[in-house]
Write a new protein. Structure first.
Length: 272
């Protein structure tokens, strides 16, 4: 079913991959960008120029409630609905933890965590009026306890993960789904470096969007496609047997609720 989707921070590699995956699936995608006509804007337009997708770019500064309210109002006025919100805003900065001032960490927290509250306040009233909706939170593997060195400033994303859990519990009765997607940085077989294919994340989010309401997983871990062969051992070590299911897939196949074919995913469902 064709859905209207608002995606924050669409200018990076993950954002562009999500725009392409969701657009190619036939959805109307509103790509949120803070600075229009900049490098990110141009890169996004080039990525979709020949794809034929229904892309609509909207000016969206997630750190400004006025900008957020205006962007969401524009989407609803344009289409009469809003079905999916994808939280993709965030900074990833590396360095020794003690090198950052408290003010710098506070700014990162504003972007990685508090910005989602501004967008939720604008979007959720529309979801409640419609009695349906989906919020996808693009988080960090740090929320599952993986803490590589020199990435401490980015791990405010773990706090966003707790916020996402609270919203999932509060909104379930209103028919509004929440799903947290956690990209896992793994060592690929070809490049030798820690990396993840952004298209893996875009494909998984596309599959989540297409699942029926109330049958979507609460949390999904995604990792690089070219590391599938070594993934089972890693993911079983992260699994909580009461809440998570390990779903290894080697090839694309017909989908069932909670299953994903893009690499390997762990799907977690709310307990009834």
């Amino acid at each position: 079913m064709r859905k209207t989707i608002l995606l924050t921070n669409s200018g990076g590699s993950f954002g562009r991959s999500m725009v392409l995956a969701l657009g190619k699936a036939g959805h109307v995608v509103y790509a949120g960008l803070h600075r229009l006509f900049g490098a990110s804007h141009i890169a996004l337009l080039e990525a979709v120029r020949e794809s034929g997708i229904d892309l609509r770019i909207v000016d969206l500064d997630v750190l400004s409630q006025a900008s957020v309210d205006a962007a969401v109002a524009h989407v609803i006025h344009d289409t009469g609905q809003l079905d999916v919100l994808v939280h993709n805003s965030g900074y990833q900065i590396s360095g020794p933890a003690e090198a950052f001032t408290a003010e710098q960490l506070a700014h990162l927290y504003d972007m990685n965590v508090l910005s989602t509250q501004s967008v939720n306040r604008a979007v959720i009233p529309q979801f409640r009026r419609q009695r349906h909706g989906l919020i996808v939170w693009v988080s960090s593997i740090s929320s599952a306890g993986s803490i590589p060195p020199y990435l401490a400033p980015y791990f405010s994303k773990a706090s966003m993960d707790h916020v996402a859990r609270i919203y999932a519990q509060e909104l379930a009765a209103a028919g509004i789904d929440c799903c947290t997607v956690l990209p896992r940085w793994t060592r690929g077989t070809a490049g030798g470096g820690a990396r993840i294919d952004p298209s893996s994340v875009g494909d998984v989010i596309g599959e989540i969007v297409d699942l029926p309401c109330c049958e979507r997983p609460l949390r999904v871990f995604v990792h690089c496609r070219d590391a599938v062969g070594q993934s089972d051992k890693v993911y079983r070590r992260l699994t909580d047997p009461e809440r998570q299911i390990v779903l290894p897939f080697r090839q694309r196949r017909p989908m069932r609720a909670g299953q994903y074919a893009s690499g390997v995913a762990i799907a977690t469902h709310l307990k009834p």
